[in-house]
Design a protein around this ligand. Structure first.
Ligand code: SAM
Ligand code: 2KA
Ligand code: SF4
Ligand code: MG
Length: 242
């Protein structure tokens, strides 16, 4: 049996971001990332600070943990990280969830393809803008989108770009123009990961949201798009496991 490095299993909560925002869901957060974004809100998955908390679990153990935690109060599981696309054979987790009538979503940055991507019900690809300090490999991203097209999975796919500044907006325009038929989400960047007063953070993020809305309204290249905050950050602030 394959084992997967898992840092958190939590929920039910709501999906706070993107294409299925508001959907009641459980989360499985895997450890390890091939990126190190300057503003990563889940840096504990890759910076070594939580390495003692990483558990190596089989698919069966993950499902048992999901059921022990969420009971029968869920029918949707979101796999995030870190980058879950570093893991081969995740189909061993996805197929038994589907057999139980549970839908599966994935959060990944579009830096790696895995053959199980076509099994995902809600696939969010979140390429990283300049503020992250990461560079997009456009050949890899093109290849991922092309494979999803070939597999007939574009209806299950969305693109989500986090925005902190004007250069990020130009990057977002480029991504949207390149893959113009794919549902496109702009997401407010949380630039205050140290704030532990959730009301203070929420009012700051709402101002950032207003700024982002204004910018998107102004742009002639960002028309068929959706602009969203991270709803969980507005409700629970920087708390982990929500
Ligand atoms: C923590 S990542 C894990 C999945 C994958 N590594 C990725 O980046 O897509 C989940 C989502 O959170 C977003 N995110 C990370 N840090 C953020 C921040 N400070 N503000 C807003 N969104 C952030 C990422 O862009 C991504 O869309
Ligand atoms: N509620 C909630 N929604 C989320 N959407 C994406 C998340 C992530 O960290 O991948 C996340 C998260 O951590 N919590
Ligand atoms: S790709 Fe995702 S998990 Fe990895 S560093 Fe960037 S935001 Fe964090
Ligand atoms: Mg998060």
């Amino acid at each position: 049996m394959n084992k997967y490095p898992v840092l958190e299993i939590f929920g039910p909560t709501i999906q706070g971001e993107g294409m299925v925002v508001g959907r009641k869901t459980m989360f499985v957060r895997t450890a390890g990332c091939d990126y190190s974004c300057a503003w990563c809100d889940s840096a504990f998955t890759w910076d070594g600070s939580a390495k003692e908390e990483i558990e190596r679990l089989t698919a069966e153990e993950i499902i048992n943990r999901l059921i022990n935690t969420g009971g029968n109060q869920f029918d949707h599981v979101t796999i995030s990280g870190g980058n879950p696309a570093l893991l081969k054979n995740l189909d061993e987790l996805i197929a038994p969830l589907h057999e139980k009538g549970i839908e599966v979503a994935l959060e990944t940055q579009g830096s790696r393809w895995q053959d199980w991507f076509p099994e995902i019900d809600d696939l969010t690809i979140s390429p990283k803008p300049p503020s992250s300090k990461m560079t997009t490999n456009w050949d890899v991203l093109d290849d991922i989108i092309q494979r999803l097209r070939t597999a007939g999975r574009i209806d299950n796919t969305s693109l989500k770009v986090v925005i902190f500044n004007e250069s990020d907006l130009s990057y977002a325009e480029k991504v949207h123009q390149r893959y113009s038929d794919i549902p496109f989400f702009l997401q407010v960047g949380n630039d205050d990961l140290e704030e532990n007063e959730s009301n203070t953070l929420a009012s700051h993020l709402l101002h950032q949201y207003e700024w982002l809305i204004d910018k998107v309204v102004e742009s002639s290249k960002l028309n068929r798009v959706r602009v969203l905050p991270q709803v969980h950050a507005l409700v629970w602030g920087n708390k982990r496991g929500v």
